[in-house]
Design a protein around this ligand. Sequence first.
Ligand code: PRT
Ligand code: ZN
Length: 286
Amino acid sequence: MSTRLRIAVQKSGRLSESSLTLLKDCGIRIQGGRGVLIAPAANFELDVLYLRDDDIPDYVADGTADCGMLGENVVAEEPVDVCVERKLGFAACRLSLAVPREVDYPGVGYFQGKKLATSYPNILRNYLHGKGVEAELHTISGSVEIAPTIGLADGICDIVSTGSTLFSNGLKEVEEVMRSQAVLISRPNLSDVKRAILDKLLFRIAAVQRAADSKYIVMNVPVDRVAAVQAILPGIKSPTVVPLADEGWCAVHSVVEEARFWDTIDEVRAAGAEGIVVLPIQKMVV
Ligand code: PRT
Ligand code: ZN
């Protein structure tokens, strides 16, 4: 029995590139191209198994793979016993109900007794059940968005990201059934050795994600304004303050959250900071 961790990754599709980039950012070098079924990492106790995303939950649940990266929507649809270890922050989308644009939509009760086409019958059934609505579900595996036009259904439940597919098919989004992003799943009861490798991988993923969410900033601040600027900057602990050759000035170094980045810049400028330089962070281990 191999003691290497086997991770399932989508072979080709919307998740493939970002999944492999994440492994690369974790310093893991995968050997060989995607033409193979299984590819070993050169410098980590990991093998990559390339699969269709729909097959990943079953393969992880039955132990063919130890873990996998895929959309939450696929995990939620498959009734299998896997654990969601971590949200990965890419492939964000939502699973939504949509109806023809001309429908005067009164609320979710509209779907009572209606025909709905979807590739996600389990998620949709649960959702409608929770709303006390009973509809006739038609499971189709592709091109769900054309079902109303060809008279197969009154509405659809499908993945939406920009909304342009719905728009170009004369549909409008009326209910959000679930939000989704890529996640890392694992099978229950991993051996201690494999659990330790997975924890090592999760630790690296956390460092990569933290870095992506943060920026390093350096700025010049008059000595008498340092306290005011410092109060604005959270940093990891407190900011680093270094005296400059020009007496009366300091350089202040700190880490700011991407989400609050521009607000922070406005605030420190108003507090007296000048010459602000912003740098990307490669990894952030705390
Ligand atoms: O071949 P394989 O089975 O492995 O791949 P697949 O064709 O089943 O999946 P793929 O690669 O299309 O998507 C993989 C995962 O990406 C999905 O399970 C979602 O978690 C996520 N994701 C993110 C999306 C989208 N965004 C998305 N926009 N999956 C599908 N779409 C499709 C959607 O089905 C619809 O047809 O894009 C269209 C809508 O996009 P907009 O931008 O027009 O709204
Ligand atoms: Zn698929």
